[in-house]
Design a protein around this ligand. Structure first.
Ligand SMILES: C[C@H](N)C(=O)N[C@@H](Cc1c[nH]cn1)C(=O)O
Ligand SMILES: [Zn+2]
Ligand SMILES: [Zn+2]
Length: 485
């Protein structure tokens, strides 16, 4: 392994010596419940953007809070979308320019969901190893790692060897509404002259070995709505006299996937590319333990039981459907005997290269309409795709990847695995298209961080070494770019 250059060594020491300060920085932002899917939390989402903008300004960045318009809610109301931060630090024509993307919004979280601590109060575990809180890993922790890295350069009086641009949005967890239009509008201004794009918004494949990620699945999110009455009804008085909305909905949802996880929507598999022999080879060498994976999620049996390649392919390169919930259905404690008047089923399909969200929408709407017509219920039925984002796969031979691999080796002293991921960052492919350059994902947290789940955390080690890693990535881009040009 190569030795750490002296300047980078100083930066690494600064990061290590400022661990408490950097943890406080994360604590301050976890405290803001910036849940993008909850309209009543919109002020907090906006506050989160403002607080982060101030932090960037303090580091000397030029910033702009961009208005991206209004959001139409399902109940007909409209509310303002949170602003997108565009920022830039450095404009030296002799340096490469890195565009950094991250998001400041989080998934919902409540103590009652089964959290052991307040989700919006960053809490250190008693052994001092883990930091619990919503957004600790997805994605406030990694965004703060960028700020920690920049502060470290500046405090050590070491020139940042690249110009940095930032695009920090606050609607990622809700389909990145408004961002694509902003990217198009600023294509020839803010987004021009970018040499590399870097995103830190995903996770290691395991808990011990770092990785770099070159692929993501896309996502198509659906709402299916059934209405059976003008008001909620007493099931003792009205049960047995009408088709209930929830039964109709469950019938529809059950038609989407079979017991083996096969998608039953006609046309969905048509565009999925066959697995090549070359691709099969890639899966053989990846460090992934099926038993550890099963233990982590606490599931006794997986669909593709002990087959490592099949499990990874099911997560990364085949489509899947997940049912997320039913709005309007009784879900609290106790035994309320209600017939809900209207229910909305929420499900999403993860999509893969060569699949088009519009075609997916067409297939799903056609399928559910056909199942609905066969059911012959007199209730009201509506299905809509609320957002659709494409998948993304990148070129791992680009200097962006070479620099990141070298950075991982400098910090973690291992060669990273190159992985794809089943999650979605819908704007990734747009960033690639708008800048016309390569995108890399550098994950900071571990696979067991519990993103979107109860007790989300980031390990102190990952947060601190992650701050070093991003500093080293900037350093390596600066070094390798000047050699290349
Ligand atoms: C991978 C990333 N950290 C993430 O969690 N993305 C979300 C994006 C999304 C899209 N619609 C709703 N959420 C995800 O993959 O679910
Ligand atoms: Zn995220
Ligand atoms: Zn997320």
């Amino acid at each position: 392994m190569t030795a750490v250059p002296a300047d980078l060594g100083k930066i690494f020491d600064y990061v290590a010596n400022n661990k408490e300060k950097f943890i406080s920085r994360l604590r301050e932002v976890v405290r803001i419940p910036s849940v993008s899917s909850a309209p009543d939390k919109r002020d907090d989402v906006i506050a989160m953007a403002r607080v982060t903008e101030e932090k960037l300004k303090k580091l000397g960045a030029k910033t702009e809070l961009c208005d991206v318009g209004m959001q139409k809610l399902s109940d007909g109301r409209s509310i303002r979308l949170p602003p997108v931060i565009l920022g830039s630090l450095g404009e030296d024509p002799n340096k490469p320019t890195i565009l950094i993307y991250g998001h400041l919004d989080v998934q919902p979280a409540a103590k009652e969901d089964g959290w052991n601590t307040d989700p919006f109060e960053l809490t250190l575990s008693s052994d001092g190893k883990r930091l619990y809180g919503r957004g600790a890993s997805d994605d406030k922790g990694p965004v703060m790692c960028w700020l920690n890295a920049i502060e470290s350069y500046q405090s050590c009086h070491i020139d940042v060897p690249a110009n940095l641009k930032f695009v920090l949005e606050s609607m990622e967890e809700s389909g990145s509404e408004g961002l694509e239009d902003l990217l198009q509008a600023r294509k020839d201004t803010f987004f021009s002259g970018v040499d590399y794009v870097c995103i830190s918004d995903n996770y290691w494949l395991g808990t011990k070995k770092p990785c770099l990620t070159y692929g993501l699945r896309g996502i198509c999110y659906f709402f299916v709505e059934i209405e059976c009455a003008a008001k909620d009804l007493h099931s003792g008085l009205y049960g047995g006299v009408l088709n209930e909305a929830t039964s109709d909905l469950i019938h529809l949802l059950d038609s989407l996937i079979d017991r083996h996880g096969n998608i039953m929507v006609p046309g969905i598999q048509d565009d999925v590319l066959p697995v090549t022999d070359e691709e099969k080879e890639l899966y053989k060498n990846i460090d992934f333990s099926v038993s550890e994976f099963k233990a982590e999620i606490g599931s006794k049996q997986l669909l593709h039981n002990e087959d490592k390649a099949k499990i990874l392919m099911s997560r990364w390169r085949f489509p899947s459907i997940s049912i997320h919930g039913i709005e309007g259905a009784f879900a609290e404690e106790g035994s309320k005997t209600v017939i809900p008047r209207k229910v909305i089923g929420k499900f999403s399909m993860r999509i893969v290269p060569n699949m088009d969200p519009l075609k997916v929408e067409e297939c799903v709407v056609k399928h559910l309409t056909s199942v609905w017509n066969k059911r012959g219920s007199a209730n009201k039925f509506k299905v809509i795709m609320t957002h659709g984002g494409r998948s993304w796969v990148s070129d791992i031979n680009h200097i962006n990847y070479t620099a990141a691999r070298s950075a991982v080796k400098l910090v973690y002293k291992v060669e990273p695995d190159l992985t794809r991921e089943g999650g979605s960052i819908p704007i990734t492919i747009n960033l690639e298209e708008v800048t016309g350059t390569n995108v890399i994902l550098i994950p900071i947290g571990c696979c067991d961080d519990g993103a979107h789940s109860q007790n989300e955390k980031i390990d102190v080690l990952n947060y601190i070494e992650g701050s070093k890693l991003l500093a080293a990535y900037i350093y390596e881009i600066g070094r390798m770019h000047s050699k290349e040009t």
